[in-house]
Design a protein around this ligand. Structure first.
Ligand code: NAP
Length: 487
């Protein structure tokens, strides 16, 4: 199968930090179909050779084992081409059309790795130039829009010129091996299904903590914030994977239909819930891994008086038979105490205690997403040491069953973008988000944005290198619960 992958924004941060390394890995693994062409597009007047050199120089920043070896980059570089285009200029699309028609590849992927403000105009111009053919696939990066209205506007533009089966909305969390294992855990094994419900589960935590700040993306982040950047997409997709009913098969729409039902069942926000169950924060100066770091408002590209949130913690509920009354806590933030994305499923305690309780620390499943990829089942056991012998009511000790997927399957597993790019080329939609899912997620977060717009009080400050504002711990403590690192 031949393919052309047109990378709009081919010189941008996403292209060289994520997409090119992923395409190179797919090439190295032999999984990129032969007969492919990768066409970088931007306004710089680069030749193919200059573009190859630009990409080669960027690979120096890629981590060791993922860097091309001698001769490897030269072979990969044969796939790379460059086309200078200004996406606001209709004439430039004619030149793209000529380049694509000369070859007539079986599949043409248009990957929009540009600012979202260019999405609608690019899609309209592609159609005007006749480049929305049945073999076209369009990839849209997140965040798709700024709110429900802008999200709808982009989706409507795109659906006027392409069918839904041709549209690949990226949420790269869905491409992570750890997230695919979450689906495998739930729908490949019968073990947990009888327990996966309100009668046995007390609460679920989804925590996506980053120790990095905004790096070189201060201006982008400042107009986005944690709710739009992480909660509306990644965190809610994880929540769907945890809460959805088993799909009738593994087809894309069967999975997306079930995710959509979860989003539609999210309990609507009330004024009281908005003030008690949502915490926003912004990091001040602090120390991360022993290094002093500046406040968010001192980062390059960030407005000095910015009220953009770099932290969100919230308590959600799903109003359906399986989950009614079970709190789902979501927390995400930048410059936290560590880089750690995990899900904690806490089960209800034994209904009748015959042992002396050891307190918290057991009865839960911890699903590690990154950097560790694995599962821990926290149980109680009897240590049976000499000191306890002969006691009537023995003390139980928390123990872990620990499954490390990197150790089990090797750390050279297919990365998220590699997997998703291959899925686009091969036309698999399972790990992409449908328009209605996205709209429903925006509908649910919009009252929070609205509440913040009208609230005099800005985000709560927290010191970089901590787990966020104390109000986040207080929020979860009101239910008698705690974030995993506090329990
Ligand atoms: P970026 O570094 O600013 O890159 C933008 C790219 O678009 C550059 O190649 C730029 O090249 C090109 N471009 C801008 N205006 C253009 C025009 N009028 N015509 C043709 N090309 C134009 O942005 P980014 O960080 O890569 O982000 C790209 C998209 O990915 C955004 O939607 C972002 O939200 C999303 N995303 C990024 C990341 C990330 O880690 N970077 C993660 C997730 C999602 P020229 O200026 O030379 O034309």
């Amino acid at each position: 199968m031949s393919f052309d992958l047109v990378l709009f924004g081919g010189t941008g941060d996403l292209a060289w930090r994520k997409l090119m390394p992923a395409l190179f890995q797919a090439f190295r693994h032999g999984s990129l179909p032969a007969g492919g062409r990768i066409i970088g597009v931007a306004r710089d007047p680069l030749s193919d050779e200059q573009y190859r050199e630009l990409i080669r120089s960027r690979f120096d920043e890629v981590e060791g084992s993922k860097r091309p070896g001698a001769g490897e980059f030269e072979r990969f570089a044969q796939l790379l081409h460059f086309l200078r285009m200004d996406l606001s200029q209709p004439a430039d699309y004619q030149r793209l059309g000529e380049l694509l028609r000369q070859r007539g590849a079986d599949v043409v992927v248009m990957y929009l790795a540009t600012a979202p403000s260019l999405f609608a105009c690019t899609v309209e111009q592609l159609a005007a130039a006749g480049l929305n053919t049945p073999n076209t696939r369009l990839v849209l990066e997140k965040p798709l829009g700024h709110d429900l209205q802008s999200n709808r506007a982009i989706n409507e533009t795109v659906r006027r010129v392409l069918q839904e089966r041709q549209i690949f909305r990226i949420d790269h969390y869905l491409g992570k091996p750890s997230v695919q294992n979450l689906f495998a855990l739930r729908f490949g094994n019968a073990l947990f299904e009888p327990l996966w419900r309100r009668e046995t589960i007390a609460n679920i935590q989804i925590s996506i903590a980053e120790d990095l700040g905004v790096e070189k993306r201060g201006a982008f982040y400042d107009s986005t914030g944690a709710l739009r950047d992480m909660v509306q997409n990644h965190a809610l997709q994880l929540l769907c994977a945890l809460a959805m009913e088993p799909p009738i098969n593994a087809h894309a729409d069967a999975i997306r239909d079930e995710k959509l039902k979860v989003l539609r069942s999210m309990k609507a926000w009330t004024p009281q819930a908005l003030s008690q169950h949502v915490v926003r924060g912004q990091y001040g100066p602090g120390t991360v891994h022993g290094e002093s770091v500046p406040a968010y408002t001192e980062e390059p590209g960030v407005r000095p008086d910015s009220t953009t949130e770099t932290f969100v913690a919230l308590r959600a509920e799903i109003a359906n038979w399986r989950w009614a009354g079970v709190p789902f806590y979501i927390r995400t933030g930048k410059r936290l105490a560590g880089r750690d994305a995990r899900i904690v499923v806490s089960f209800r305690p034994a209904p009748h205690a015959i042992y002396r309780s050891p307190g918290n620390g057991a009865n839960r499943l911890v699903i590690h997403l990154q950097p560790k990829d694995g599962l821990e089942l926290h149980l109680l056991a009897q240590a049976q040491d000499g000191k306890q012998a002969g006691r009537v009511q023995q003390q139980l000790t928390p123990v872990h069953l620990d499954l490390d997927f990197d150790k089990r399957f090797g750390s050279e597993r297919v990365g998220a973008y590699e997997r998703l790019l291959l899925d686009v080329i091969e036309g698999r939609l399972n790990l992409f988000v449908r328009a209605d899912e996205q709209e429903e997620a925006w509908r649910w977060v919009e009252p929070i944005l609205e509440h913040w717009r009208n609230e005099a009080e800005g985000p709560r400050p927290y010191a970089a290198g901590t787990w966020g504002p104390s109000a986040s711990s207080a929020m979860i403590a009101r239910d008698g619960n705690c974030w995993l690192e506090e329990c």
